[in-house]
Design a binder for this molecule. Structure first.
Ligand code: F6R
Length: 260
């Protein structure tokens, strides 16, 4: 795992944007896995700026969301398809088309079947070249909460109490408005992406980041499965990295990879 530790989330988001822009300059039809939540917002702003500058476009690409709430109204601003539309879709954003944006059909009559279909769609697309990830305070990636299978496929998940209270900020601070269920890419699905780029900002993510990088692989901290992936880049600010025992080594290794 490569760990980049930056003073600010702005600098960290610059570094993540650089990785993505570089991938698309080499492979313009690459498939991008996209996260929601607040962590990737600055990254998406940078991708929009690069699109405006003509150095980046998703117009020829497909994007796959990590997850979607079950039981949320189609026009709800926090439905992840709507969030991702606002962030990425259109010529004035990143060039991603409406048809190019894939999200689990969580409003389907049979969400379990919809999860299966979504998993197959990812495989059928040729797979995800680069998956952007955030991390939950409880160590979830996607919405794979503690205690689940480390090799799961896309499935319906129950959100943990921690996640519901963390996400209440998107629902007027009211936990009762946060959906209880979602469809999420499984850990096995996420692990099939060719490259995983995880972002983590703020002191409240420090425990999860320490477990991700240095903890034992365990269903208690689902993100730890990423230690088994050959190409992971974790990009954090100093607050999220504050509990890493070997931070100096990781920074040295980062400089080595940059040829410094
Ligand atoms: C979102 C997702 C989640 C978030 C995580 C962190 O699609 O899959 O894993 O990345 O809950 O959320 P924020 O970024 O809001 O702290």
């Amino acid at each position: 795992m490569h760990i980049g530790i930056f003073e600010t989330s702005d600098a960290a988001s610059d570094a993540a944007a650089e990785l993505i822009i570089d991938l698309f300059s080499r492979k313009p039809h690459a498939t991008l896995g996209v996260a929601t939540g607040s962590t990737p917002e600055k990254l998406y702003a940078r991708l929009r700026a690069a699109h405006a500058a003509g150095t980046f476009t998703l117009k020829n690409s497909s994007a796959f969301a990590l997850d979607e709430y079950v039981g949320i109204a189609e026009d709800h601003p926090q439905r992840y398809r709507n969030v991702l539309r606002r962030e990425l879709v259109g010529k004035d954003k990143t060039g991603l088309t409406e048809a190019g944006l894939n999200t689990p059909d969580a409003g389907a009559d049979d969400p379990e079947q919809a999860a299966l279909v979504y998993d197959r769609m990812i495989g059928g697309s040729g797979g995800i070249d680069l998956q952007i990830l955030g991390i939950g305070v409880d160590g979830h990636i996607g919405f794979n909460e503690p205690g689940g299978s480390l090799v799961s496929r896309t499935h319906i998940e129950a959100l943990a109490g921690q996640t519901i209270s963390d996400n209440a900020r998107f629902f007027n601070g009211d936990t009762s408005q946060v959906p209880r269920r979602c469809i999420t890419q499984g850990l096995g699905t996420i692990m099939e992406a060719k490259r995983l780029v995880l972002l983590a900002f703020g002191a409240n993510k420090a425990d999860a980041v320490a477990q991700l990088v240095e903890g034992p692989i365990s269903a208690k901290w689902p993100a730890t499965i990423m230690q088994m992936h050959p190409d992971v880049v974790a990009i954090t600010d100093t607050a999220a990295a504050s509990k890493l025992e070997f931070a100096d080594l990781y920074q040295e290794r980062w400089r080595l990879a940059k040829g410094e």
